[in-house]
Design a protein around this ligand. Structure first.
Ligand SMILES: Cc1cc2nc3c(=O)[nH]c(=O)nc-3n(C[C@H](O)[C@H](O)[C@H](O)COP(=O)(O)O)c2cc1C
Ligand code: SF4
Ligand code: SF4
Length: 445
């Protein structure tokens, strides 16, 4: 059976699933309950000088029937007194000595950082996370993302903490920057033992179009907040990958952003994360989701023959490269499984209006299965993505598998398009219909 335990820069936990700093890790009651349910660690709701929160404070983004594919929040750091939080941390640590408790911290001056690090350590935390991420409220006061967007400040404040910290220090980064590796490198220069990413993405969840107020509404006003949940996962994965692939970063990464299932977690491990943190999914579905996450991860690891999490970390990274190194000779085309096709013709519309007019409708109206025009198909994938039936449209390989030619090679050989009307244009040989045919079709209909 696979061993799920982790030792993340010296922070030990029975599994790599940790609560991210946020509402689910706001109190001893919640963290105790989470550990009892199976969570391996918790990053406590950010501690500092207690704040005062507004009501309401969350805005949801729904997509069709799915609630909260994204969550926008304007909540600040903990509004509880530091002493109350520290007492709770001590209590939980007594009951769960083998679980990881990490104190997320956010204060302003060097003296405040030194004091709060000592206080957290005295309460028994296994690690410290520096919150340089909140993109709302706290940044107006010179903290959170105001620090995380300025590499010099990341480095300086991390170094203040490293002057005093005895437990491992993780720097949590904001995604509200153009190049997250600059922030990661600054954290490393400051002496950080690890980084965590991502915090929330600055956002507005939507607007009440009758009252003209963005969500979440506080009286008759609103403000921008931080976006989290499944919608942010692709952004988080890319940022984790960027940090993991940068040799100048080379510190362990705790991956965060939209994780809801064991599969999401595995994706983060494969792109370089050594532990994962979850906030919004717990807010949505409760601590109980951990059960399936653990079982799923164990099964996956057993099936693949992985004995420990360390064996998974970064396994997809050798398969990530720059665009210029992709094989231009690789060619796939769409194929429809006639048995599975329901005849909804969504693929036809998508290809006709949004791709390369490579799908035809059958002449006979009884048979509704569309036909792929193989010579036109560029293998973009769109039809297979819109098809509502699993594995009904598959992409079939058509190239000579041995032939490889990359943009980089072509550039070096002087064989790339370089003028506006260049004969080397990739699309030159694609069949394209006469524009006027579009109007004829309308008349015929
Ligand atoms: C309501 C809410 C409050 C949060 N509060 C904090 C916080 O106090 N400190 C912190 O570092 N991150 C905070 N976060 C950010 C989360 O820890 C996490 O980085 C982010 O939500 C992305 O992960 P997720 O998609 O699993 O929620 C908060 C997130 C939410 C949704
Ligand atoms: S989208 Fe899928 S199910 Fe619908 S017509 Fe196309 S192939 Fe058939
Ligand atoms: S892969 Fe792209 S071009 Fe080919 S049929 Fe599907 S949508 Fe059209």
């Amino acid at each position: 059976m696979a061993d799920l335990s982790v030792n993340f820069v010296g922070i030990k936990a029975p599994n790599p699933f940790w609560l991210a700093s946020g509402p689910p890790s706001n109190s001893g009651y919640q963290v105790m309950k989470a550990f009892d349910s199976g969570w391996g660690g918790a990053v406590w709701k950010t501690l500092g000088i207690p704040t005062i929160n507004v009501s309401s404070r969350y805005g949801g983004v729904n997509y069709r029937k799915t609630r909260m594919i994204g969550l926008n929040n304007i909540e600040l750091i903990s509004d509880r007194r530091l002493s109350d939080n520290l007492r709770d941390i001590e209590d939980v640590k007594k009951h769960f000595p083998g679980h990881a408790i990490i104190a997320s911290l956010m204060v302003q001056t060097r003296d405040e950082w030194h004091q709060i690090v000592k206080d957290a350590e005295n309460a028994g935390v296994d690690g410290i996370e520096l919150n340089f991420g909140c993109p709302h409220g706290m940044c107006e006061r010179g903290m959170g993302s105001a620090v995380g967007q300025e590499p010099k400040l990341i480095e300086l404040i991390t170094s203040w903490v490293m002057e005093i910290a005895k437990v491992p220090v993780i720097v949590k980064l904001t995604p509200n920057v153009t190049d997250i590796t600059l922030s990661a490198k600054a954290a490393k220069r400051g002496g950080a033992n690890a980084i965590a990413l991502i915090n929330t993405i600055q956002s507005i969840a939507g607007v009440d179009i009758d009252n003209f107020i963005p969500y979440p509404i506080v009286g008759s006003m609103s403000t921008n907040g931080g976006y989290s949940g499944p919608a942010v996962k692709p952004i988080a994965l890319n940022m984790v990958k960027n940090c993991a692939m940068d040799n100048d970063v080379s510190v362990p990464i705790s991956g965060i952003g939209g994780i809801e299932t064991w599969r999401d977690a595995v994706e983060f491990f494969l792109l370089g994360a050594g532990s994962v943190q979850v906030c919004t999914a717990v807010m949505h579905y409760g601590f109980g989701i951990i059960k399936k996450m653990i079982i799923g991860l164990e099964q996956y690891m057993d099936e693949k023959g992985f004995k420990s999490i360390d064996e998974i970390i970064g396994k997809a990274l050798p398969n990530v490269t720059n665009w210029e190194n992709l094989n231009l000779k690789h060619r796939v085309i769409a194929k429809i499984n006639r048995e599975k096709c329901t005849g909804c013709q969504l693929c036809y519309t998508a290809c006709e209006d949004g791709a390369y007019q490579s799908i035809a409708l059958p002449e006979n109206s009884i048979n509704r299965v569309p036909i792929i025009i193989e010579d036109n198909c560029v293998g973009c994938n769109l039809c297979s993505l819109v098809c509502p039936v699993d594995n009904c449209i598959t992409m079939v390989r058509k190239d000579n598998i041995t032939e490889i030619e990359t943009w980089k090679q072509r550039t070096e050989a002087g064989n790339i398009p370089s003028t506006f009307d260049d004969e080397l244009a990739g699309g030159l040989k694609h069949p394209s219909a006469n524009p006027l045919d579009a109007l004829k079709r309308k008349k015929n209909n």
